[in-house]
Ligand binder design. Structure first.
Ligand code: PNW
Length: 473
């Protein structure tokens, strides 16, 4: 029987986007095929100590060769949209200049395949695979990289903008800047806190310049940026803990949101960072460019941070698997404490109410703009049973909990218009390698076979029904 009829509140609005997401380096493999250049991740994984077990993504899940089968899987799940990223070094092997037609052809074929099944392609232009040649020229701490990104964005958008409506510029500038250039747990693995701040600004500038370049081409495109937001709570009401929460919220959330939404950096965050570097790298006019009007905001949500100003807390909320510094530039003393919630196999606390806080805060403090959850999901230690199933009850519960929160937020007036699960398939989880599985689809990494986990079957049913059927288990 259809329990949906008994719980009418759980049907999502017509037109709600049901999606799943991936990124190029995490799934494609084929790193030397069809003229692809090297990215900072190719370099980073080749150096010892950066990735658990020395793993790399030369083959990953071979999506470059198996994309037709993978799109058929998406169709089987009934996805209305698929969010993927374009690999910059496939399009411009050295990060600038002539376009590599074969690289572009891959994404044209992928888009055609998606459209043939009625699946809406959502392109992310930058998901961390900077061409190595641009890193050699200074990387994101160099202002020139922002301009190179705008050229690249214009090239991809010019070629695909007639068939792809939804575009996102930079995925999670916080990670690209502070994990890449401060803690060094992500490529390019540099530990230069002041330059990480410069990188963050240039990633914002790259976003703004790319929006401007794309607007001049296809007027009907919908363009947004992707930010990873956290709910942040002080461990206690003490002044020190509240100051710690202000700092982490400032660097993680407000620094990026205030810039792209309002064209300003928060004064308190600038003060937290002022001992590191002078402000000259932020030029007049930059923030106006960064605040180029957007059609939507894409939010990646995973967890809540509970923070303490007392020394002696854990060094990093992200709990990097490799030797690394702190990503919390200017606030290295802040401690991350256990909030007492169940954790995923990343050690990240599961907290749906944090997503509610993030969504309602956006609706309250930032201009009314359509919102999408562009990533939400969890890694668990999946077990493939002898009969070829994966009973990932925890992942299913995780997604269900967060979808309930989405629904509640929509009922409360939050303009949330879609949800993308991270990830469609198990894949290369950056510094953690293949040990952390986020997929709705299980991947056998030696045979390259794909198996729908129980969570995928459940998600497909949810999509078919346009919402959740019964009360949470
Ligand atoms: C996001 N942190 O990464 C990315 O967009 C995905 O590519 C990734 O696979 C997914 O989340 C799961 O990790 C993050 O340390 C990586 O706070 C690290 C952090 C946050 C997000």
């Amino acid at each position: 029987t259809d329990t949906q009829l008994d719980t009418p509140g759980l049907v999502f609005p017509t037109g709600f986007v049901w999606g799943a997401a991936t990124s190029a380096y995490q799934i494609e493999g084929a790193v030397s095929t069809d003229g692809r250049g090297r990215s900072i991740w190719d370099t980073f994984v080749s150096q010892p100590g950066h990735v658990v077990n020395g793993e790399h993504a030369d083959v990953a899940i071979d999506h470059y060769n198996r994309y037709r089968d993978d799109v058929r899987l998406m169709a089987d799940l009934g996805l209305s949209a698929y969010r993927f990223s374009v690999s910059w070094p496939r399009i411009q092997p050295l990060g600038s200049g002539a376009i590599n037609a074969k690289g572009l052809d891959f994404y044209k074929s992928l888009v055609d395949e998606l459209l043939s099944y009625g699946i809406d392609p959502w392109i992310t232009l930058y998901h961390w695979d900077l061409p190595q040649a641009l890193e050699d020229a200074g990387g994101w701490p160099s202002r020139d990289t922002s301009k190179r990104f705008a050229d690249y964005a214009a090239a991809v958008h010019g070629a695909l903008g007639d068939r792809v409506k939804n575009w996102s510029t930079v995925n999670e500038p916080w990670c690209a800047a502070f994990l890449g250039y401060a803690s060094g747990e992500h490529a390019p693995g540099r530990r230069e806190p002041a330059l990480a701040f410069h990188a963050a600004h240039h990633l914002n500038l790259a976003h703004g310049l790319a929006v401007e370049a794309m607007r001049a081409q296809h007027a009907d495109s919908r363009i947004g940026g992707s930010v990873n937001l956290y709910a942040v709570t002080p461990a206690t009401e003490s002044e020190a803990d509240q100051d710690a929460a202000r700092r982490i919220d400032g660097l993680q959330n407000r620094f990026f949101l205030d810039a792209i939404m309002y064209g300003r950096y928060p004064d308190d965050v600038l003060a937290d960072l002022s001992h590191l570097t002078g402000p000259e790298f932020i030029k007049d006019g930059d923030l106006a460019l960064i605040a180029a009007p957007l059609d939507m905001l894409l939010i990646n949500y995973y967890s809540r941070f509970t923070v303490s100003g007392a020394p002696g807390g854990a060094q990093s909320a992200a709990a990097a698997p490799t030797d690394s510094g702190s990503p919390w530039v200017g606030s290295e003393h802040v401690g991350f404490v256990n909030g007492g919630r169940p954790v995923t196999s990343m050690g990240w606390e599961v907290d749906g109410t944090g997503l509610y806080e993030v969504l309602t805060r956006l609706a309250r403090e930032y201009p009314a703009i359509p919102l999408y959850i562009s990533e939400n999901g969890a890694a668990y230690d999946d077990v493939l049973t002898e009969d070829g199933a994966v009973h990932d009850v925890e992942r299913r519960a995780f997604i269900e909990t967060h979808l309930r929160v989405c629904h509640q937020a929509i009922e409360g007036g939050v303009p949330l218009q879609g949800y993308f699960a991270w990830s469609l398939m198990d894949n290369f989880e950056w510094a953690w390698g293949y040990g952390k599985r986020f997929g709705l689809v299980y991947v056998d990494y030696s045979a390259q076979t794909r198996i729908l986990k129980d969570s995928a079957l459940w998600y497909a049913e949810t999509i078919r029904h346009g919402g959740l059927r019964g009360p949470a288990e």
